[in-house]
Ligand binder design. Structure first.
Ligand code: PBG
Length: 339
């Protein structure tokens, strides 16, 4: 994208008045450069064991963990609002956690049952699944821990099997969020070998070691038990590295690449958009959601306006898809505006 300032023989003002195209609602609509559509939203969903459970998440006001029986209604509602994809996360009971993430491969695990339920409820809806060990890890890390280190290659092997297990349960797109090296190629190879040639991969390519994941870790009880995630998630100071990671993932076979978090990283979204030829998604993460909610609850921000302005900013920065906890509210608003 380039901005050209043309020489004007008559000088600028008053022959040039930028306000002419802002004067009326019609003119503003005509000259709108970017739009939002519910089909661009990816709705993250938190799933828990149990029955009749719609568990509020304290640090994410208005967001819930659903048991499978209540998930079906939620899915139908999202689809009716024009949302075309969900991203599934599960909260795993402590007694099922270990260092190898064994439960992640259980064909009857919560994730696998959730995938089947969504596909049965709304077959047209694109089911994306989180692939990483942290909800399953007794250490709360995204990979296997050996001597205090998060070991790469052993983790990648488990991730590939985990992705395959999701594909077998019916996932349309697997979304590795772990930031291990080489995992996209390994997952692609495993899926191809097992004939899951249509199962897509959305790579969390530029995922930063961010404090904005705090509320999410509350939601899934997945905070790291020791240390932090800086040996695998990216340094917030870096952008060249993000481009490199995204390009590598594209070469390894990613169908979609992602930048995460969202608003603090709009420059990264733009840079990645211009560096790859696959769709780019952005994740407006739990902390970003919590900030807007908290300010709105205090009467300091208008929630609806803050939500729509932030979502539009992602489009302007070049994101094709937006994973956001506001998906349902924003879709509802967009749908109501049309009718
Ligand atoms: C775990 C994962 C995280 C998020 C998505 N997948 C947390 C983390 O890396 O610690 C964060 C999502 C959010 O904050 O909304 N692999």
């Amino acid at each position: 994208m380039s901005i050209r300032i043309l020489p004007n023989p008559q000088g600028s003002f008053p022959s040039i008045r930028g306000r002419r195209t802002r004067l009326t609602h019609a003119l503003r609509e005509m000259t709108t450069e970017h739009h939002l559509d519910p089909a661009m939203f990816i709705a993250p969903l938190f799933v828990v064991e149990g029955k009749n459970t719609r568990d509020p998440i304290v640090s994410m006001p208005g967001y819930f963990r659903f048991s499978l029986d209540l998930l079906a209604a939620e899915i139908k509602e999202l689809y009716a609002l024009g949302i075309r994809s969900v991203l599934l996360f599960v909260k795993v009971p402590d007694e099922r956690k270990d260092n190898q993430g064994t439960e992640a491969l259980n064909p009857d695990g919560l994730m696998q049952r959730a995938i089947r339920l969504v596909k049965e409820t709304q077959p047209e809806l694109c089911v994306m699944t989180d692939v990483a060990l942290d909800p399953y890890s007794s250490f709360g890390h995204d990979g296997i821990v050996e001597n205090g280190e998060i070991v790469n290659d052993e983790t990648v092997e488990v991730l590939a099997r985990m992705a395959l297990s999701h594909a077998q349960a019916g996932a349309d797109i697997v979304a590795p969020s772990d930031m291990m090296d080489g995992r996209i190629a390994a997952i692609r190879k495993t899926l191809e070998a097992e004939d899951y040639i249509h199962t897509g991969i959305m790579a969390y390519s530029a995922k930063y070691a961010s404090c904005f994941y705090g509320p999410f870790r509350d939601a899934l009880d997945s905070a790291p038990g020791f240390g932090d995630k800086k040996t695998y998630q990216m340094n917030p100071a870096n952008i060249r590295e993000a481009i490199r990671e995204a390009q590598l993932d594209e070469q390894e076979g990613a169908d979609i690449v992602m930048v995460k978090p969202g608003l603090p990283y709009l420059d990264v979204v733009r840079a990645v958009r211009e560096s790859v030829n696959v769709p780019v998604s952005v994740y407006q993460v739990s902390g970003e959601y919590a900030m807007i909610k908290a300010a709105a609850q205090n009467g300091w921000l208008n929630e609806e306006q803050a939500m729509m302005e932030s979502l539009l900013a992602f489009r302007r920065a070049g994101a094709d898809l937006i994973a956001t906890y506001f998906a349902k509210d924003a879709a509802r608003l967009l749908t109501n505006l049309q009718t």
